[in-house]
Design a protein around this ligand. Structure first.
Ligand code: C2E
Ligand code: CA
Ligand code: CA
Ligand code: CA
Length: 267
């Protein structure tokens, strides 16, 4: 590619990141980390969220906030998303066979994946290949995804629900017209964004907001997962509100699959 002298530094960096991401995908350097999902009341492990990591040649991990938006722009997200889903179902199927648990795995997906008609078939094939039950797969979508292509999202979600797959609305409360989406789409789960969880404190103004979100979710028959739980006060407050599942540094950081297994064995 030709670099114009007037092209600013940012654009050049972006272009080089773009080609580095292409080779990273080809070389299999996009890895999956897992963060535990814990039953709020019993503290038992109920599953994990799969989170993408880019392992650079230096061994350093690059945050998904850096490369997922780029992958969404250049289309690589389809390939990345597929390999994350495959790893997630494979790893979770293995953990289940060893621990016999009702272990679920949550996977994030982007708008471009929703609107790709082949994606449902990919999911079906992966579930078949890995023997992982659809009822234990949870697909996380953000409001941004729903807005991007509302029709495609509707079709995707209806088919996925028909297969028994769970659907959660991620980053709840950070976008627009979230309440309307709860009625319009067949969600099973609501994930409270960590920006709300972080507001929970002994003098928190946000406490009432959280408890009403949880009440509303329950009125709509949705299960609630709170993300970003970092301290004991937040944990206890969320349990008191009836939040079903907790996720956050207090309960466990995202770690590679082999390390996650060790953590499970310690339980
Ligand atoms: P997310 O889906 O909202 O994931 C939760 C993020 O919060 C993760 O950041 C996680 O590491 C972080 N986190 C977990 N517990 C805590 C805590 O107690 N405190 C704080 N401050 N943060 C916590 P991560 O792994 O950097 O991922 C960032 C975002 O990138 C994700 O946000 C998700 O939107 C996106 N992402 C990650 N993996 C994928 C993927 O495979 N596909 C797609 N489409 N997006 C992904
Ligand atoms: Ca998520
Ligand atoms: Ca989230
Ligand atoms: Ca987020």
């Amino acid at each position: 590619r030709l670099f114009m002298p007037e092209m600013d530094k940012e654009a050049r960096e972006r272009q080089s990141l773009d080609s580095e991401l292409h080779s990273a995908v080809t070389e299999g350097l996009i890895k999956v980390f897992y963060q535990p999902l814990m039953d709020a009341k019993s503290g038992r492990l109920v599953g994990a969220e799969a989170l993408a990591r880019w392992q650079s040649h230096s061994g350093r991990y690059i945050s998904p906030d850096k490369f997922i938006p780029l992958a969404e722009e250049n289309g690589l997200i389809k390939q990345i998303g597929k390999s994350i889903l495959l790893s997630a179902c494979k790893d979770a199927a293995f953990w289940r066979s060893n621990y016999g648990a009702e272990f679920r795995v949550a996977v994030n997906i982007s708008a471009l994946q929703c609107s790709d008609m082949g994606f449902i078939e990919t999911i079906e094939k992966i579930l078949q290949e890995t023997g992982f039950p659809p009822e234990l797969l949870e697909i996380e979508l953000t409001e941004r995804t729903l807005v991007a292509d509302s029709h495609a999202a509707t079709v995707f979600m209806e088919v996925a629900r028909g297969m028994g797959i769970r659907l959660s609305i991620d980053d709840f409360g950070t976008g627009y017209s979230a309440l309307g989406y709860l009625r319009k789409f067949p969600f099973t789960t609501l994930k409270i964004d960590k920006s709300f969880t972080s507001e929970i404190s002994d003098k928190g103004k946000g406490n009432a907001l959280i408890s009403s979100i949880i009440q509303m979710a329950h009125a709509l028959d949705l299960e609630v997962i709170a993300e970003g739980v970092e301290n004991e006060f937040q944990r206890e407050f969320l349990i008191d509100c009836g939040c079903e599942i907790l996720q956050g540094y207090l309960l466990g950081h995202p770690v590679p699959a082999d390390q996650f297994l060790l953590n499970i064995e310690l339980l």
